[in-house]
Design a protein around this ligand. Structure first.
Ligand SMILES: Cc1cc2nc3c(=O)[nH]c(=O)nc-3n(C[C@H](O)[C@H](O)[C@H](O)COP(=O)(O)OP(=O)(O)OC[C@H]3O[C@@H](n4cnc5c(N)ncnc54)[C@H](O)[C@@H]3O)c2cc1C
Length: 397
């Protein structure tokens, strides 16, 4: 595909020069010419009032996807425990399904996991496709990809959602490549375009400075991964749903790799994405010792300790405690932000908190803009005082 200039029509206005994002237009005298670095993006064609910019780019036609129906959710499970993110996705899928007039299906893969289907139905699945096989007992990329590819080919869904967990981040790209579909990773919001009836997939871009909405017009299913903690899980009234046991076909070479063992990382008792109360600390906490006081506060309110990227980079807390764009998204009832400025990348992970309390000595700190209650002061005085008062409340109760 090429773009060229009809020299006779060019009046030298230089609109194309300004519009070209690739610096691929050059002027000699009053006439434009197109350089080799042109990517045929068409920006110059749109702005040229003389119709001097010509191209052989043909508008891409949208294939007929009328046979693509249904919103699918990959029901991630480990050791027979459903990931909470899968239930959150079912909540969102129901909302999308209502707008599209389609059904929600869950894909449950594993070995001896059929009892989980009931929960999936309770949280929104009308159909649960159940694939059970020894090779699916523990997650492995290739057997899981084989089974999902086969299901997609047979049932032809319109949308497929996965959690952006370690498993989802591994599986989704592999599967999207196999079925020739686009994939938007790490979405923070999903909506349906009311006119085109396609999925609007929103995620942070350019270091979190803008939110980009991505659409997938030319392939199906429309695939997206969504960060756990961003959507809400809701049980639905009524329990109608069916379980369809699906035949499992796994390529021989996909089971050649054997899992020799799994070493589970020791996690804190309270999971961040499920915590009702989170006490989070930032640079203002000062050092690892400062986090001891935050831990004390968290213990009294039965909460979990988290922090900013700075706190992780300083080694004051472990990486799995980071909240934000490159950390976790959380949805607690109460988020207590101590010595956190409230940078956009941090806020991206905690904006779904029901109530936010901010403790900061700088009254202009952006965290106060999203806080329900702000305490202006030195956290080294405020937090111990909170601990003292809460302890005395607990003693009196
Ligand atoms: C691509 C990208 C991704 C990122 N992802 C994340 C992410 O996932 N999570 C994240 O958190 N950040 C992320 N960041 C970093 C982010 O931009 C900020 O740099 C970071 O969140 C700031 O952390 P902070 O609030 O701890 O530190 P600062 O911004 O330095 O703020 C410290 C605050 O503590 C206050 N303070 C200092 N001393 C005291 C005291 N004694 N008492 C009370 N208040 C005090 C100060 O007034 C200040 O407001 C990312 C950045 C980029 C570019």
């Amino acid at each position: 595909m090429t773009v060229w200039v009809e020299a006779d029509l060019c009046n030298g206005c230089r609109r194309c020069l300004k519009a070209c994002p690739y610096g691929a237009i050059e002027f000699s005298g009053e006439k434009a010419s197109v350089l080799e670095r042109c990517t045929s993006c068409g920006a110059c064609i749109e702005v040229c009032r003389q119709s001097a910019m010509k191209s052989d780019i043909r508008p891409r036609s949208v294939p007929d996807f009328s046979d693509r129906k249904g919103i699918w959710v990959f029901a991630e499970q480990r050791n027979g425990q459903l990931a909470h993110g899968a239930l959150e996705l079912l909540g969102k899928a129901r909302q999308l399904a209502a707008e599209l007039g389609e059904d929600v299906c869950a894909l449950l893969l594993g070995h001896g996991v059929s009892q989980l289907a009931e929960t999936l139905i309770r949280y929104g699945a009308r159909t649960v496709y159940l694939a059970e096989h020894e090779a699916l007992a523990d997650y492995r990329t290739l057997p899981y990809t084989d089974v999902l590819e086969d299901l997609i080919e047979r049932h032809r869904p319109g949308i497929l959602l996965m959690s952006a967990t370690h498993i989802g981040r591994d599986l989704a790209p592999r599967l999207s490549r196999r079925v020739g579909a686009g994939l938007t990773a790490d979405c923070t919001d999903l909506e349906v375009d009311p006119d085109e009836k396609i999925l609007l997939q929103t995620r942070p871009a350019f270091g979190g400075n803008v939110m980009a909405t991505i659409v997938n017009r030319y392939s199906r299913p429309q695939m997206a991964t969504v960060r756990p903690g961003v959507m809400e899980a809701h049980q639905r009234p009524g329990n109608e749903g069916r379980v369809v046991t699906t035949p499992v076909s796994i390529h021989e070479k996909s089971i050649a790799a054997k899992l020799l063992g799994a070493v589970r990382e020791k996690k804190d008792a309270v999971k961040l994405c499920e915590a009702k109360v989170i006490v989070a600390g930032g640079r203002g906490v000062g050092d690892a010792g400062g986090f001891r006081v935050l831990e004390e506060l968290a213990e009294i309110v039965n909460g979990a300790v988290a922090g900013t990227r700075v706190a992780v980079e300083e080694g004051w807390i472990s990486a799995d405690r980071q909240v934000g764009q490159t950390g976790q998204s959380v949805r607690p009832e109460l988020y207590i932000a101590c010595g956190i400025s409230g940078a956009i990348q941090h806020r991206a992970g905690m904006l779904n908190s029901r109530y936010v309390v901010a403790i900061n000595k700088d009254p202009r700190a952006p965290i106060f803009q999203v806080a329900d209650w702000g305490i202006r002061g030195d956290l080294r005085e405020v937090v111990p005082e909170l601990v003292r008062q809460l302890k005395s409340e607990v003693r009196q109760a």
